[in-house]
Design a protein around this ligand. Structure first.
Ligand code: BES
Ligand code: MN
Ligand code: ZN
Length: 502
C-alpha cells in the first residue's frame, strides 16, 4: 500500500472512502468532521443526537454521501475520551478505520490525521501514528495456502493523508516517513516469526539479514559453525549439535567504523525451533516454538529501522541462530561446555537453550567496547506466568540504561516491567561441576535466567529483556492482528532515538 501526503480539504477527495474522526462526548463536530457534516445536511449531528454513534474508541460510523461529496462513503472513527487520548489511541484509530475500509472493499482511501487538533498531539507524531496504524493493522501473513481465504479482501492500493493546513504538510510528510520506516521493520519481524521453522532456518534468517544489509547499506557478517568454534563459542554451539540445520551468527552494523559515535549493541535470541532437545517439551502447542527467534527478528527489524532513519549511533545487531532438537549428537543434561570467555557451564535442562546462545553472544558483544548491550529473548515460561501478554520483563545492571528503557517503553507503547537482579540469584546458578548451571528449578525462573546471562557480560552497562509472552498474540487487536506481533522493533527504535536525550 502506498501512503502519500497531500494538502487540501478531505471533502474534495475523489476516492472510494474518506476517513474523519470524532472524540467521545462531542455533539457539534468541528474541523474536517464539521465540513462533512455541513456537506451532508447535518447527518453527523443527527446520528450523534440519536445516540447511534458516540465516538468511543474502536467505534466506526459509515455514511453515504449521495453525491454531496466526490467520495461515495465517509467513515467516522471514534477517538474515545479526550483525557485518555494519546499516540496509542491515534495508532489504533488508524488501524480500526483502515481495516473497516478494507472490509468494505475500498481500494483508495483518504484520511485526516487523528488527534493533531483537539487531541493535542504534534502533527508529526499524529502523522506517524496514522502511518503505523495503517500498515500494522492491515498486515496479514501471506503463508502457504493454495487459495486465498474467501473473506480476505485486498488491502487498499493508496492511502492519502490529507492535511488542510499548508504549514503542517511538511510535518505530516516527516511523520508519515518515520511511521512507514518503523512499521516496515515491525512487519519484517512479524513475517520472520510467522514463517514455519522448516522455511525460517538459521541459514534462511542469515540470508535475509544479508539481503537487508545490501538493500539498506548495513554492514553484515555471518559466522558459520567453524568460525564460531574458532572463537570458542562452545556454549552456543552445544545447542545446535543435534540439528541438520547448521547454526549461524549474524552481525549487522549501522554506522560501522564511526568511532565518534557511541556503540549500542542489540542481541536477539534466534532459536528457529525449540523442541526442548533431550529435555523435550510436551507436544501440545509445540508448533508455537517456531516463534522462538522473535528476539532475533526484533533485532533485525530494529536494524532496518536504524538504517532507514539513519540514526546517529553505531548500532550493532547480534543474532545467534540455532535449532534446538534431540538426536544422537544432542547435548545432554549433565554435559559441561566452555564458552568464549573461558567460563564453564553445566547443562541441567537442554530446554534452557536461549540463555546458552546469549551467554556467548553477550561475551562477543564486549569486543565492540559498547556504551550498552541490550539482549532480548523469548526466554522463560516464567515471564509469561508473571506478566502475561501485557508486558515484557527487563533487568538492568545500570540505572541510566534502565531509565532509557523505561522511557522507550513509554514512548513506543511496547510495555516493559523491571525485575530485580538480586545477588542471591548468583548463588542459585552455581554448579557442582562447572562455574554455572543453566537451570535452577522453578523458583525465580526469570531472575535466575537473567543472572546466568549477566555472568557472561564483560563490564559494560547491560540489560536483558524477556519477551516470552509478547512474541505471539492469540488476540486480534486493531494494530496487531493474531500471530506474530513484531514486539521489540518499536521499543528498540525509541531506545535508539532517545539515546542522546536526558
Ligand atoms: N523458548 C522457551 C521459553 C518460552 C516458553 C517462550 C513459552 C515462549 C513461550 C525457553 O527456551 C524455555 O524452554 N525455557 C524453559 C527454561 C527452563 C527449562 C529453565 C522454561 O521457561 O520452561
Ligand atoms: Mn527452551
Ligand atoms: Zn527457547
Amino acid at each position: 500500500m502506498e501512503i502519500r501526503v497531500k494538502q487540501g480539504s478531505i471533502t474534495d477527495e475523489r476516492v472510494d472512502l474518506i476517513v474523519v474522526n470524532l472524540f467521545q462526548g462531542v455533539t457539534e463536530p468541528g474541523g474536517a468532521t464539521g465540513s462533512v457534516d455541513a456537506a451532508l445536511d447535518a447527518a453527523v449531528r443527527d446520528v450523534i443526537a440519536a445516540g447511534d454513534f458516540t465516538g468511543r474508541a474502536g467505534e466506526t460510523l459509515l455514511l453515504y454521501t449521495h453525491s454531496a461529496l466526490p467520495a461515495a462513503r465517509v467513515l467516522i472513527v471514534g477517538l474515545g475520551e479526550p483525557g485518555k487520548f494519546g499516540p496509542a489511541a491515534a495508532r489504533n484509530a488508524a488501524a480500526t478505520s483502515v481495516r473497516k475500509a478494507r472490509d468494505l472493499g475500498a481500494r483508495t482511501i483518504a484520511s485526516v490525521v487523528h488527534g493533531a487538533g483537539a487531541g493535542g498531539l504534534a502533527t508529526e507524531a499524529a502523522a506517524q501514528m496514522l502511518a503505523e496504524g495503517t500498515l500494522l493493522g492491515t498486515y496479514r501473513f501471506q503463508g502457504y495456502r493454495s487459495t486465498v481465504p474467501h473473506d480476505w479482501k485486498p488491502n487498499p492500493d493508496t492511502f492519502t493523508v490529507v492535511e488542510a493546513n499548508a504549514q503542517r504538510v511538511a510535518a505530516c510528510e516527516t511523520g508519515v516517513a518515520r511511521g512507514v520506516a518503523i512499521a516496515t521493520g515491525v512487519l519484517l519481524a512479524r513475517d520472520m516469526v510467522n514463517e514455519p521453522a522448516n522455511h525460517m532456518t538459521p541459514a534462511m534468517v542469515a540470508g535475509l539479514a544479508t539481503e537487508l544489509a545490501a538493500e539498506l547499506g548495513l554492514t553484515v557478517q555471518v559466522l558459520d559453525q567453524e568460525q564460531m568454534a574458532a572463537l570458542g563459542m562452545g556454549i552456543l554451539l552445544a545447542v545446535a549439535t543435534a540439528s541438520e540445520q547448521p547454526p549461524r551468527f549474524v552481525i549487522l552494523e549501522h554506522n560501522a567504523g564511526r568511532e565518534d559515535l557511541p556503540v549500542v549493541v542489540l542481541a536477539g535470541k534466534g532459536v528457529t525451533f525449540d523442541s526442548g532437545g533431550i529435555s523435550i517439551k510436551q507436544s501440545e502447542d509445540m508448533w508455537r516454538m517456531k516463534s522462538d527467534m522473535a528476539g532475533g527478528a526484533a533485532v533485525i527489524g530494529a536494524m532496518a529501522v536504524a538504517a532507514r532513519l539513519d540514526l546517529s549511533l553505531h548500532v550493532v545487531g547480534l543474532v545467534p541462530l540455532a535449532e534446538n532438537l534431540p538426536g544422537g549428537r544432542a547435548q545432554k543434561p549433565g554435559d559441561v561446555f566452555t564458552g568464549m570467555t573461558g567460563k564453564t557451564m553445566e547443562v541441567i535442562s537442554t530446554d534452557a537453550e536461549g540463555r546458552m546462545l546469549l551467554a556467548d553472544t553477550v561475551a562477543y558483544a564486549g569486543r565492540f567496547k559498547p556504551a550498552a548491550v541490550v539482549d532480548i529473548a523469548t526466554l522463560t515460561g516464567a515471564q509469561a506466568v508473571a506478566l502475561g501478554p501485557q508486558a515484557a520483563a527487563f533487568f538492568a545492571n545500570d540505572e541510566d540504561l534502565a531509565a532509557k528503557l523505561v522511557a522507550a517503553a513509554e514512548a513506543s507503547g511496547e510495555r516493559l516491567w523491571r525485575m530485580p537482579l538480586y545477588e542471591e540469584y548468583a548463588e542459585a546458578v552455581k554448579s557442582q561441576v562447572a562455574d554455572v548451571k543453566n537451570s535452577t528449578g522453578r523458583t525465580a525462573g526469570i531472575g535466575t535466567s537473567a543472572k546466568f546471562i549477566e555472568h557472561f557480560t564483560e563490564g559494560y552497562p547491560w540489560a536483558h529483556i524477556d519477551m516470552a509472552s509478547m512474541a505471539w498474540s492469540d488476540e486480534d487487536k486493531p494494530a496487531q492482528p493474531k500471530g506474530a506481533t513484531g514486539y521489540g522493533v518499536r521499543l528498540f527504535t525509541a531506545l535508539l532515538e532517545g539515546w542522546g536525550r536526558k
